[in-house]
Ligand binder design. Structure first.
Ligand code: SAH
Length: 242
């Protein structure tokens, strides 16, 4: 029996047509699809009708390590049985997605792995509002950072001159904002929160560091802090005028 393989596929940020052609092609050849909470259900329609579909999501903040190991085991088991396993992950598999851990675990077991990148939320969700995250003259670069616990040095980031794109930060929004302010960042700095970006349910709050709040937001959300957020307003005003 021939050895199977695992394909780690980035599903894009939300809208089901923001996956790559290569990602769709991989889905078309899948025997098994393991998908996450943040992958659009319509993407599963690309897989053959008889492909096995396995949900591997977990609620944010839920304990994940056992779960992660059982996902590794599942992939290894199916690949060893000669199947093509597509591991479909939200955004890009290697940006805050544990794709790196999955890759290492598979390599350690001698399983063939292919990686197909995806469009990460940190670029595409701001872009949905017309925010160019590295706009020349406004940002020296962009920093992707996790807002989920951890030992982030917010004062170093506050001084970096880069746009801050914060993933998984909704629950810690107040703490992040106050850390940036105490690090000397001006309360006038433009900032926004975008929930369910690129989906029909997208919502956003455009504000400043001093006024930012995201009451009522629950979905996945990206926080953007930096002068580039000003450019979103232009895009929104044009939309309103149209
Ligand atoms: N690998 C993914 C990120 C996974 S971490 C990627 O590259 O995009 C999950 C976090 O991504 C969420 O907490 C949120 O901060 C962000 N996110 C994912 N999809 C999103 C969307 N449609 N809108 C806003 N934020 C999103």
């Amino acid at each position: 029996m021939s050895e199977g393989k695992v394909v780690l596929v980035g599903a894009g940020p939300g809208a089901p047509d923001l996956i790559t052609l290569r990602g769709v092609e991989a889905l078309r050849h899948a025997d098994v699809v393991l998908y996450d909470r943040l992958t659009h259900p319509a993407l599963l329609e690309h897989a053959p009708i008889d492909a096995e579909r396995i949900y591997c999501g977990r609620a944010p903040g839920a304990p994940g390590d056992d779960r992660q190991e059982s996902i590794h085991d599942l992939m290894v088991r199916h690949a060893r049985a000669g199947r093509v396993v597509v591991r479909l992950k939200g955004g890009d598999p290697f940006v805050f997605g544990r794709g790196g851990e999955e890759l290492q675990a598979l390599i350690a077991q001698g399983i063939e792995v292919e990686v197909i990148p995806g469009i990460t939320a940190g670029i595409s969700v701001p872009a949905a509002l017309g925010i160019p995250v590295t706009h020349r003259g406004l940002a020296r670069g962009v920093t992707f950072v996790s807002g989920h616990g951890g030992e982030t040095d917010w004062s170093a980031l506050a001084r970096s001159g880069t746009t801050l794109v914060i993933y998984m930060g909704l629950r810690n929004l107040e703490r992040i904002v106050s850390a940036l302010k105490s690090a000397g960042m001006s309360p006038q700095t433009p900032a926004c929160v975008i929930e369910n970006g690129t989906l029909r349910s997208q919502r956003q709050v455009l504000a400043t560091l001093g006024t930012l709040s995201a009451a009522g937001f629950e979905g996945p959300a990206i926080i953007v802090v930096g002068e580039v957020v000003r450019l979103a307003r232009i895009a929104l005003q044009e939309k309103k005028a149209a």
